[in-house]
Design a protein around this ligand. Structure first.
Ligand code: NDP
Ligand code: HSE
Length: 399
């Protein structure tokens, strides 16, 4: 019997407990591991909850119990999650987490501490919710040189964009609904401004390169400036607007960025809807492989957390290897990345716009007065900036 403690009995933590209790028989039958939820650490009490007698408020109670071998950290935030995780690992207790903010900030350090203390630090649920993506990258794809990772890595924003695009829904209303459904971060600014997806692509890029791609080096734009008129232009061109996190290793450099993008209807990411996430990994031998599933939500995320709990319980007394060095990877300036741009321009001077963007395609929609848009040819963003400087640009979306 493996004694497990859960730090944080919120959406994901309570889901992890539910998975461990409901699927106890299935887990034991398949893996030979019997899990017992021994403690739940939270700030609150949970009167009437079937697990109410497991709740403690002092982390020391858990850290001082030598029988607790595995901890799920589902509190969120960097502190005190960092301090609690570090203490647990130093005591030889394995930790698994859904907390991408902590993994992006302190991943390599916590992995080193785990290694020094013959225990493990796993974080499958930190990227893509319930989608298996970290373990495939660390095991099945080790023969590959990863050339690109592109993904819809945030469930909340994909849910919002889907509802705005398909139903004409209002941004604020859909965000509220995403919060009610337990998809959003405590401060949803992290979702809608792209910071959450930025942390996730930093984690995936670091694992792909084996070095640290710092979250601070990821250029990030969110979805707060996307309007119904942008969706009208996208529809006119048969394109979808998605928040895409991207890591590309090209001849021009290594790029890591999060921005809204126009996707061709044929792109496998274009049909990823609602809270679902999709991750397209390009390897130099395999080519493209795609990972798809629910990117947020209680039980989907908890499923990935409990998968890690089982791995850690099975590997008690040893470290499950994760290659991620603290050494920083070089990240190039996003202005050197080549792509197309859909530029909305005020007025009617199409000739001036096409002089700036020769070969561009002019688009007009009934939803917008006294403006038009140009879909440009491929060019580096620094060149786009120079060409757009003389025009009355309303907004731009990359493709
Ligand atoms: P919640 O806010 O629902 O849960 C966090 C829980 O931890 C709350 O019960 C909170 O208590 C408790 N907590 C906070 N600080 C402490 C502390 N110092 N000591 C003890 N308990 C504490 O968040 P989620 O479950 O949604 O998210 C948890 C983590 O998982 C985050 O890192 C999030 O980014 C990540 N994640 C979330 C997903 C989702 O779909 N929700 C999906 C994938 C990852 P209180 O409420 O009283 O503050
Ligand atoms: N807020 C996050 C999202 C949770 O919406 O994707 C999953 O990491």
């Amino acid at each position: 019997m493996a004694k497990v403690a859960v730090f944080g009995y919120g959406t994901v933590g309570s889901g992890a407990v539910e998975v461990m209790v409901k699927n106890a028989e299935e887990i034991a039958k398949k893996t030979g591991v019997s899990l017992e939820v021994a403690y739940i650490l939270d700030l609150r009490d949970f009167p009437g909850d079937p697990m109410e007698d497991k709740v403690v408020h002092d982390v020391e109670v858990i850290l001082n119990d030598p029988e607790v071998k595995v901890i799920c950290e589902t509190m969120g935030g960097v502190n005190p999650a960092y301090t609690f995780t570090k203490r647990a690992l130093e005591l030889g207790k394995s930790v698994c987490t859904s907390n991408k903010e902590l993994v992006a900030a302190k991943g390599p350090e916590l992995l080193e501490i785990a290694k020094a203390n013959n225990c493990s630090y796993l974080f499958e649920a930190s990227v893509g919710g319930g989608i298996p993506i970290i373990r495939p990258l660390l095991t099945c794809l080790t023969a590959e040189k990863i050339e690109a990772i592109q993904g819809i890595l945030n469930g909340t924003t994909n849910y919002i964009l889907t509802k705005m695009s398909d139903e004409g829904a209002d941004f604020a209303d859909v965000l509220k609904k995403a919060q009610e459904l337990g998809y959003a971060e405590k401060d949803p600014t992290a979702d809608v401004e792209g910071h959450d997806a930025g942390r996730k692509i930093a984690i995936l890029s670091s694992l792909a390169m084996g070095q640290t791609v710092s979250y601070d080096d990821v250029y990030t734009e969110g979805i707060t400036k996307i309007t119904p008129v942008d969706f009208a232009y996208a529809r006119a061109l048969g394109l979808q607007i998605k928040l895409i996190a991207m890591s590309k290793m090209t001849e021009d450099g290594n790029f890591a960025l999060v921005t809204p993008r126009l996707l061709d209807a044929k792109s496998p990411l274009a049909c990823v809807q609602d809270v679902f996430n999709g991750i397209l990994v390009t390897g130099n031998m395999l080519g493209d492989s795609m990972y798809y599933g629910k990117g947020a939500g209680k039980l989907a995320t908890a499923s990935a957390v409990v998968g890690d709990v089982i791995e850690e319980a099975k590997n008690e007394g040893r470290t499950i290897p994760v290659l991620w060095k603290a050494e920083k990877a070089a990240v190039s300036n996003y202005k050197d990345l080549s792509q197309q741009y859909l530029v909305r321009i005020a007025g009617t001077d199409e000739a001036a716009a096409l002089a700036a963007f020769p070969g561009g395609k002019v688009v007009k929609v009934a939803e917008a007065d006294n403006e038009f848009a140009v879909l440009t040819e491929n060019m580096k963003e620094c060149d786009y900036d120079a060409k757009a400087a003389g025009l009355s640009v309303i907004s731009m979306i990359r493709m």
